[in-house]
Design a binder for this molecule. Structure first.
Ligand code: AMP
Ligand code: ZN
Length: 113
């Protein structure tokens, strides 16, 4: 499949991997927008948030659960952090394999741009 994140999951292209389990992979964003900027991706290819099905609900919960675990490991869980999932063109999605951005280590403003 011609999907950048599937290729990272399959080790066809390199990434700076920070976490892996049977369902998830997390790696550092190549163009970080914060001192810590990790991407958490389910290993199963789902193109956009619109494609999540009833059977995926546990997987999506695990995605958020993994973000909180990585935030604790990075040391900013208590200070606070930002998670973002972009959907489709107007939402700013550029890679069509769902992923959660985990950003921490600085103060974030609201609303997001
Ligand atoms: P989004 O715009 O929400 O689809 O996020 C895609 C993210 O993937 C962006 O923050 C990119 O910087 C990041 N990205 C693109 N290519 C790579 C790569 N090869 N390794 C790590 N991160 C990447
Ligand atoms: Zn994929």
């Amino acid at each position: 499949m011609d999907c950048l994140f599937c290729k990272i999951i399959n080790r066809e292209i390199p990434a700076d991997i920070v976490y892996e389990d049977d369902q998830m992979l997390a790696f550092n964003d190549i163009d970080p927008k914060a001192p810590t900027h990790q991407l958490i991706v389910p290993k199963r290819h789902i193109a956009t948030l619109n494609d999540i099905e009833e059977d995926d609900l546990a997987l999506i919960g695990r995605l958020q659960f993994t973000a909180a675990k990585l935030a604790r490991e990075a040391g900013f869980a208590e200070d606070g952090y930002r998670v973002v999932m972009n959907c489709n063109e107007q939402g700013g999605q550029t890679v069509y394999h769902i992923h959660m951005h985990l950003m921490g280590g600085r103060r974030f403003t609201w609303p997001a741009g």
